[in-house]
Design a protein around this ligand. Structure first.
Ligand code: 13P
Ligand code: 13P
Ligand code: MG
Ligand code: MG
Length: 365
């Protein structure tokens, strides 16, 4: 047992109601029951089961550290229990994200998405858990850059002396299976060169220059695990706020701009990321457009006080309207790029099958 508490957010799509737009309440119920039992046994301190579209989000606090086998197994078994219900009700894609046959130590690489951080609880510990559907982990690059490195977004970078030093970005090359730490503001341009390519380079963690964890995101790519299209890796992100870290409003501000992300229909299209209140995270139009919700918590001795529904604010109406306008515009392109993803991304999905079938009919021109 460490002094630190761990905030673990583990998510999976284990069946959609209807199609890919939401989750049946009975699945949520069984997941809550499982985590309540674990809480009663003292395995976790507190939990919330939430959903964004068809993705089930297990938000848990405990003292077992990141990558704890016990916590990951609990999440895996909870997803299995929800899958059982999904199968009974013949939900769409029951067990979709559970790619492994059996649990083996850590859910990473087995399908579910994971974002975890350990920290000593401050006098006041505001955190935001962002959850998205119909997109992929690269979706966090632009907002994370703005939150932690753009003084036009985050006034604290200018006003708060505790933030003047800047931050350390851990960037993962998901195809190269390697990572690099880049410092801002010094290496801002180098950082942007990588993270502008959202499909390959993804921000996984952000630290203060003193080494304190400030943000953690899921970076699992399902297609790289399964070797084919199996649904999109709808991502999660944890951001700690205030007192030397970005204010809650600074962490939310980038989402007032509905930037273009990968995902939407069949995980194969570009579309705007629309910030919505919890109950509006039901992507139905062309299975989208992509959604993001923000759950705010004050953590008190490991207890998750919340969630506050942070995009439930008319100040985000404009972003929602803009997202609809951009969505309309992109939709008219139909199967053409840049609405449809480029072949680089589709080759990990359905392009190889098509190519195989037509290969023999190609001739020199
Ligand atoms: P208060 O003065 O309301 O605490 O606000 C400070 C702050 O951080 C606003 O973003
Ligand atoms: P999910 O990744 O949310 O399951 O969506 C898959 C899909 O094909 C949507 O059209
Ligand atoms: Mg789904
Ligand atoms: Mg989903």
């Amino acid at each position: 047992m460490s002094e630190k508490i761990t905030l673990s957010v583990i998510k999976a799509d284990v069946g959609g109601f209807v199609g890919h737009c939401a989750i049946h309440p009975d699945m949520m119920e069984v997941a809550r029951k499982r985590l309540k039992e674990a809480q009663d046994r003292g395995v976790i301190i507190d939990f919330h089961v939430m959903r964004c579209g068809d993705d089930m989000e297990l938000i848990m606090t405990h003292k077992k550290g990141a990558d704890s086998e016990e916590i990951h197994k609990l999440a895996w078994n909870t997803f299995l229990a929800a899958t059982e219900v999904a199968k009974e009700l013949k939900m769409y894609g029951a067990g979709q994200d559970l790619l492994a046959d059996a649990f083996s130590g850590n859910v990473k690489g087995m399908g579910p998405g994971v974002a975890e951080m350990e920290f000593v609880e401050r006098k006041s510990e505001p955190v935001i858990v962002f959850m998205a559907d119909k997109t992929s982990p690269g979706a966090w690059n632009l907002p994370l850059f703005k939150i932690f490195a753009d003084p036009f977004n985050t006034a604290g970078l200018v006003i708060d002396p505790a933030m003047h030093d800047g931050f350390i970005f851990e960037v993962v090359d998901v195809y190269g299976h390697r990572k690099i730490n880049l410092n801002t503001p010094e290496e801002m341009y180098d950082l942007l060169m990588f993270i502008g390519t959202m499909r390959q380079y993804m921000i996984r963690r952000i630290y203060t220059k003193k080494g304190e964890i400030a943000a953690a995101a899921s970076t699992q790519k399902l297609s790289l695990i399964a070797g084919k299209y199996v649904g999109k890796d709808d991502p999660i992100l944890i951001v700690r706020c205030q007192a030397g870290l970005p204010a809650v409003g600074e962490a939310l501000e980038p989402f007032s701009f509905p930037h273009i992300v990968e995902g939407w229909m069949r995980g194969s299209h570009h579309g705007p990321l629309m910030p919505v209140p919890f109950e509006k995270a039901n992507p139905t139009r062309f299975d989208g457009p992509p959604r993001v919700i923000a759950a705010g918590f004050q953590i008190a001795n490991g207890r998750l006080i919340g969630p506050r529904d942070l995009f439930d604010d008319p100040a985000f109406d404009y972003a929602r309207q803009k997202a609809n306008e951009i969505g309309n515009y992109l939709r008219v392109h139909g199967p053409f790029e840049p609405h449809r993803l480029g072949l680089d991304d589709l080759e990990y999905t359905t392009m190889p099958q098509l190519m195989k079938r037509l290969e023999s009919r190609f001739e020199p021109e």
